[in-house]
Design a protein around this ligand. Structure first.
Ligand code: FES
Ligand SMILES: [Fe+2]
Length: 362
């Protein structure tokens, strides 16, 4: 078992797609689970999305059962209210402002490509995944299929740099050689260096360099840049572990942003074409994802990129999933639900006891 690669009990720190932006409408809250940790994800009146640990630090009610008020979330049970940073801002039973600090853990979230992303660690968030050739700025994008596969996200991701399977499974008439470039601790790129061989069926259409490059972000999201010289297609595969040893994935089609009406028409056409390219990309791999038990026991030269990916993944900061329903991240302690609950019990129970002179405890 590797420290991180293909390990369901740990994950690299980084950005993980959480849900589609359209799934959490303004003023609504939804329950989510990521790495076995339950979350309440809501969109405030101002339009900003926030993600809080789901179980209320008072008595453990699920905050996704509550309601959004302005930019805050109110627990339905005893009506404590929490802001987007997880701080309790109202305790009606104690007359309003909490007399002592109480918080539930909040998570850093961001939105791009029509998706909500969550940073799963305690380190400073890095940039959201992007296509290197297009940069970090705005792009035209469209959500394509959402999928579930019964294998770990890492096993899915390495498929795109498994050189020989393009010939044996996808019948590509070109031998690929992926050159590795580690851009940072959490970003690695692989680019094909070969040309279309003369005499192949593909050479009838195109003889120039064949661009095919992958960029991986914290071993969870991969972007593909693909095509002949004059026209590149961009596809993003956003993956996350599904908590049962499999993968929850979302495909995003991406194009360079073009302005004006003509630009919008060109973008729509390009994204439709990108969908066709993406379907080709995915075709043929279902069979292996369904039944593989990954183990690189006998690596060959054609597996060099996979070995680089594993090595890169293994060196990343880890977030440990200790058991179902509990996740221990590097700084889990201060501000965590357990800590918050202790504080409430230590200081709060006396206050309730003083007030509760006629209650039946229910
Ligand atoms: S359980 Fe949430 S306010 Fe009591
Ligand atoms: Fe494939």
């Amino acid at each position: 078992m590797h420290r991180l690669f293909n390990n369901p009990d740990a994950a690299p720190e980084g950005w993980y797609w959480l849900l589609r932006s359209s799934e959490v409408r303004r003023g609504s809250v939804v329950a989510m689970e990521l790495f076995g940790r339950e979350l309440a994800v809501y969109r405030g009146a101002g339009g900003r999305v926030a993600a809080l640990d789901a179980y209320c630090p008072h008595m453990g009610a699920h905050l996704a059962e509550g309601r959004v008020e302005g930019d805050e979330l109110r627990c339905f049970f005893h009506a404590w209210r929490f802001d987007a940073g997880g701080r309790c801002t109202d305790m009606p039973a104690l007359g309003g402002t909490p007399p002592f600090p109480v918080c539930t853990r909040s998570w850093t979230v961001a939105e791009k490509y029509g998706l909500v992303w969550l940073w799963n660690g305690d380190g400073a968030p890095g940039p959201l995944p992007f296509v290197p050739e297009l940069g970090e700025g705005e792009v035209a994008s469209m959500l394509a299929n959402r999928f579930r596969k019964p294998c770990h996200p890492h096993v899915m991701l390495i498929n795109a740099i498994d050189e020989h399977h393009f010939n044996s499974v996808h019948a590509l008439p070109v031998k690929l050689h992926m050159a590795t470039r580690e851009v940072s601790g959490q970003r690695i790129e692989f680019s094909n260096t070969t040309h279309v061989p003369p005499g192949s069926w593909l050479a009838r259409f195109y003889r120039g360099p064949l661009t095919y490059s992958m960029c991986y972000w914290n071993a969870a999201t991969g972007t593909v840049t693909l095509g002949p010289d004059l026209l590149h297609f961009y596809i993003m595969f956003a993956l996350r572990p599904d908590g049962r040893g499999g993968t929850d994935g979302q495909t995003v089609l991406i194009a360079r942003r073009r302005r004006g009406l003509l630009g919008a028409i060109a973008n729509a056409a390009l994204l439709a074409l990108t969908r066709v390219v993406g379907a080709y990309f995915a075709k043929g791999d279902t069979r292996v994802f369904r039944s593989i038990r990954f183990q690189l026991r006998t690596p060959t030269e054609a597996d060099h990129a996979i070995i680089d990916f594993i090595d890169h993944t293994e060196r990343q900061p880890a977030v440990i999933v200790s058991q179902p329903g509990v996740i221990l991240s590097r700084a889990d302690g201060e501000g965590s639900p357990a800590d918050g609950t202790r504080r409430v019990q230590a200081k709060g129970i006396l206050r309730f006891a003083q007030d509760d002179t006629h209650g039946d405890g229910a």
